[in-house]
Write a protein that binds this ligand. Structure first.
Ligand SMILES: Nc1nc2c(ncn2[C@@H]2O[C@H](COP(=O)(O)OP(=O)(O)OP(=O)(O)O)[C@@H](O)[C@H]2O)c(=O)[nH]1
Ligand SMILES: [Mg+2]
Ligand SMILES: [Zn+2]
Length: 309
């Protein structure tokens, strides 16, 4: 079988790495039509079966994905938009200024990537602006519950080597809000990547996203890194509100101590999670984010979640 790795593309044409070369492959018509629920049927990271037809390569089959990150497409809320697949690592990138750190956004992605079983690390970028006390508390909180947090500055060249060495030999995706510095970090890992970055560092909600398309780049020392367009909101495609508790590791590990085995840790009596929050063993911001995400998942339970209930 001729097997290729999808680097980027849209609609029907994709750039695929095949036997060490980048080739253009067309998506077979049948694959487009069988995906009523999916916006882009193929995504960077996909392993595909290629067939040659005359001078052309055709993507004949998408091989099973070991994991994926997706979100509801902006239009038609019931459609899934797969951003990337087959990741070894996910770096969730946030910044302390322009835009400011938003743990609610981080926690959605962290829960989602946990559901997809993708090993995930946090990058806090633009630390040259200084870290406030509140931001430091969040960073410490993530470390307390076991996440690796790398504090970086692209302009000052801080900790970029750490990011780079984690990415070598793997497929690593970078996701986060627009303007946090994802493309800047990629460029620092391998200058050949040369992704366009925003011209001024002033973040504006109205500003256009600088990176328009998810794309996988090979890195010099082996492996691939994936740049993605900034995400404003993360919709948590296909997560059940009742399962959310399993994807907050600190909540999951303490839940056997709750009085009720099916405790959702919201208002139940005898809830060990609520007790742990009061004692400081679970960071308050994480628990508050849990409740917020829980509420949105509950409200959207018939939109995002496809299991018949
Ligand atoms: N001060 C400072 N500015 C930075 C740092 N990293 C990136 N920037 C600036 O922040 C702006 C946004 O950086 P990008 O790399 O384009 O951000 P992005 O996350 O790729 O944004 P999208 O492609 O829109 O999702 C640019 O003007 C960068 O020069 C940093 O560590 N410190
Ligand atoms: Mg970018
Ligand atoms: Zn509980």
């Amino acid at each position: 079988m001729k097997k290729g790795l999808v680097l980027y593309g849209n609609g029907t044409d994709y750039t695929v790495s095949y036997e060490g070369k980048d080739i253009i492959a067309r998506l077979r018509g049948k694959l487009l039509h069988t995906t009523k629920r999916s916006h882009h049927p193929v995504c960077p990271g996909d392993s595909v079966k290629l067939v040659e037809s005359g001078e052309e390569f055709v993507i004949d089959q998408i091989l099973p994905r070991k994991n994926k990150i997706s979100r509801p497409a902006n239009y038609g809320i019931r459609k899934e938009q797969v951003i990337a697949s087959n990741l070894d690592y996910l770096f969730v990138v946030a910044s302390v200024f322009s835009p400011k750190l938003n743990t609610g956004f981080l926690d959605r992605i962290l829960a989602y990537s946990n559901m997809q079983m993708i090993e995930t690390k946090i990058i806090i970028n633009k630390t040259d602006y200084g870290i406030s006390e509140e931001e430091q508390e969040s960073i410490d909180g993530y470390r307390q519950i076991g996440f690796e947090v790398i504090e970086t500055s692209v302009t000052e060249g801080i900790n970029l080597e750490k990011v780079k060495s984690a990415a070598i030999g793997k497929i690593t995706a970078f996701v986060g809000n627009s303007g946090v510095g994802k493309s800047s970090i990629l460029n620092s890992i391998d200058p050949d990547i040369n992704q366009k970055v925003k011209e001024t560092s002033t973040y504006s909600l109205k500003g256009k996203h600088t990176t328009k398309q998810a794309r996988l780049f090979p890195i010099g020392k082996g492996g691939y890194i994936l740049d993605t367009p900034g995400i404003r909101e993360f919709g948590m495609w296909n997560m059940d509100f009742e399962d959310l508790k399993n994807y907050f590791p600190e909540i999951y590990s303490i839940s056997p101590e709750c009085r009720y085995h099916n405790c959702l840790h919201t208002t139940e009596p005898g809830c060990a999670v609520i007790k742990a929050v009061e004692k400081g063993n679970i960071p308050i911001f994480r628990y508050e984010n849990y409740l917020k995400i829980f509420d949105t998942l509950y409200e959207n339970r018939n939109l995002y979640f496809k299991k018949d209930r």
